[in-house]
Design a binder for this molecule. Structure first.
Ligand SMILES: [Zn+2]
Ligand SMILES: [Zn+2]
Length: 151
């Protein structure tokens, strides 16, 4: 945890930003709830527990800054809510997501499955790919099992 905060601090410094206490509180929440794909409001409520004086606008600005610096990725699973996801250490690409349309669970695939697809896009369309988003919508194992049991 501490070394990841340190690393984020360095990333901010490299772009002449400081890790202010408010920014640090936000980063800590993102690290603690890394698997959770929280919305800005969720993050705000959790940050407020650590830093009661913080305002929603400050949390928003911090999240925008962190996305600009590619420390977090902003993602939308189709429900109109922007969620924030910490970029995994050393990851060149944003990880993939499996979103269950039944229970809403989100699983992550860390392995990059799109390397070959990117090559095709670069070759056929002459487009230089920097990143991508890949979200699969479907039924998780638990919901598949539940569906079999009720039929
Ligand atoms: Zn994720
Ligand atoms: Zn499910």
């Amino acid at each position: 945890m501490e070394h990841r905060i340190d690393r984020i601090k360095k990333q901010l410094h490299a772009q002449s930003y400081k890790l202010t206490p408010q920014r640090e509180a936000t980063v800590r929440v993102l690290l603690e709830r890394e698997e959770d794909h929280l919305s800005a409001e969720d993050i705000y409520l959790l940050v407020k527990e650590k830093a009661p004086e913080i305002g929603l606008a400050t949390v928003y600005r911090t999240l925008e800054l962190l996305s600009e610096l590619k420390i977090v990725d902003k993602i939308n699973f189709g429900d109109g809510v922007s969620r924030y996801d910490l970029r995994k250490e050393g990851a060149e690409h944003f990880h993939h997501h499996l979103v269950c349309i039944e229970c809403g669970s989100v699983e992550e695939i860390m392995e990059d499955l799109l390397g070959d697809v990117e090559k095709v896009v670069e070759k056929e369309w002459g487009f230089q790919v920097k990143d991508h988003r890949l979200t699969f919508h479907g039924l998780c194992k638990v919901c598949q099992k539940a569906a079999v049991e009720t039929t």
